[in-house]
Write a protein that binds this ligand. Sequence first.
Ligand SMILES: [Zn+2]
Ligand SMILES: [Zn+2]
Length: 73
Amino acid sequence: MQMCPECNKIYDESEYSKCPYCSGELIEEYGERPYKVCPNCGGTMYWDDTWVCSNCDEEIDTDEDDYDGIIED
Ligand SMILES: [Zn+2]
Ligand SMILES: [Zn+2]
């Protein structure tokens, strides 16, 4: 693995001759986070093995796929 001196991202130099992030070949996916709306307080719940409310600590034990929307940064 190789760290790009420009953007400090790690890439596989056997697959890419130059940094794929800087060259635009790869776009790093980040900042997308599924969330649920807490039925208890209306706050935002995040996935952490179960759904946990960031506001009231309510938990819902369902699937990671059981989200209400995606937060994008
Ligand atoms: Zn780079
Ligand atoms: Zn809550």
